[in-house]
Design a protein around this ligand. Sequence first.
Ligand SMILES: CNc1ncnc2c1ncn2[C@@H]1O[C@H](COP(=O)(O)O)[C@@H](O)[C@H]1O
Ligand SMILES: [Zn+2]
Length: 387
Amino acid sequence: MTMMMMMNRREEVDSRLLRLCRALPKVELHAHLNGCVRPSTLLELAEECSRRGLLSLSDFQAAVIVKEDRSMEECFQLFGLIHLLTTDHCILTRITKEVIEDFAAENVVYLELRTTPKRNEAVGMTKRSYVEAVLAGIKAASTELSLDSYFDHKEDNIECPSQRYQRKANPQIHVRLLLSIDRRETLEAAMETVHLAWEMRDLGVVGVDLSGNPCIGDWETFLPALKWARQHGLPITLHCGEVPNPREVEAMLAFQPERVGHACFLESPDLSTLLANRIPVEICLTSNLLTNSVQRVRDHHFGALYNANHPVVLCTDDPGVFSISLSYEYALVSTHFGLSSLELLHLSRNAIEFTFAEDRLKQMLQSFFDGAKYAAECQCFQFSGVP
Ligand SMILES: CNc1ncnc2c1ncn2[C@@H]1O[C@H](COP(=O)(O)O)[C@@H](O)[C@H]1O
Ligand SMILES: [Zn+2]
């Protein structure tokens, strides 16, 4: 039986376009680790738990199987179930590695994964050991994109950049981690998370996120932790306006986070603040559609922001939960907002600037994309797999 099969509201996209989008190098900046777990892995973990009498497989299947739609509340109930399965260090390392492999297979060359560090006394897990297990998964995937071979040929005037790009048949992936504060947490727990982020900044942790059920809690609870992070140089992204909450949106934008996720419900003064401050928006189109923050793809605020030349980055949010891929999200905007393949490439390249990665890596990635961009412009770019 297929777990988490897609709901009806998911739009179909042309399969050739999807292949083209898969071949496009991409940057993912908004993906929650436990929202990215492979359904096959979840099923395997659920079977194992049920064998040990820890949960009923049929209850689990009933909760995650085929829904025409998934309300925001159902979405968070599902996370509750997933969290029952991904409790120990080995499992965290495994799912992290698999998630990275899945993004790499989609031609994502830079991934900023995020997760809320969790305690689990039953297995001796602390927030720190949770993050260490995730970092072990990143290390295990060990698929750093090497541009050395690319630059080795810099002096070679005969070979054009597109040829160099094409020769690198299997571009791999750079991964960085954001630590999330969950809106259900206490300030004390949030403080522990931002301290960890700072202490682990040389190990691949590059920033802090505030997420969790937007209908729960008050973001101001976490302001001292977010201010501490800022004082210590950690960039911050906030889930902002995923549900209507004008008072919170106004205060969040006044805080001037380095990025925001969603930004669905912004009334006009807040929209002006967003635009004036050029705060990049992580766009999670299908997520917004399926959780009912947006009714139709063509009504999504991606269109208005893109046309206003505002910084936007296409992201998946929870590709496992929503049965999507980043390639699919690119295909969706191409279909509904008419972006050409070159415009998709520019959209993807522009995202590098908004990553929390170190400058050297940003420059490397930009050079990598410029090879691809040049190739597309001189029309000798072959999207691998496209007939
Ligand atoms: C659908 N829109 C959303 N809005 C807000 N927060 C979300 C989310 N989707 C996921 N999360 C956040 O990510 C956690 C799962 O990954 P981790 O356990 O951290 O790896 C969820 O529990 C929630 O806190
Ligand atoms: Zn999110």
